[in-house]
Write a new protein. Structure first.
Length: 90
């Protein structure tokens, strides 16, 4: 499965750079990627430590790894943490 990759950066109130990718099916758009990025940020933010979206831009297309492709097919997107991403389950 081919997917679109949106390179995304956010910053915590303490200045910590948070980097993750938003993966969408081919034909996605930047507005959808930004919406999914904001949803992820809400999940990882704490009230005392808000995270602000800095950028979310189309980067490239690629063949999805099986687990990413499955999530994109099931949920319409996938977030791939890269740097300083707190676990949204905690």
């Amino acid at each position: 499965m081919e997917i679109e990759v949106y390179d995304t950066y956010a910053r915590s109130e303490e200045g910590l750079k948070i980097h993750f990718d938003v993966m969408l099916p081919i034909g996605g758009d930047e507005a959808t990627a930004q919406d999914k990025a904001r949803e992820f940020i809400e999940k990882i933010s704490e009230t005392a430590n808000p995270v602000q979206l800095e950028s979310c831009r189309f980067c490239h297309t690629e063949t999805a790894k099986p687990e990413v492709g499955e999530r994109v097919e099931q949920e319409g997107y996938c977030i791939v943490p890269i740097e300083n991403c707190p676990d949204p389950q905690n």
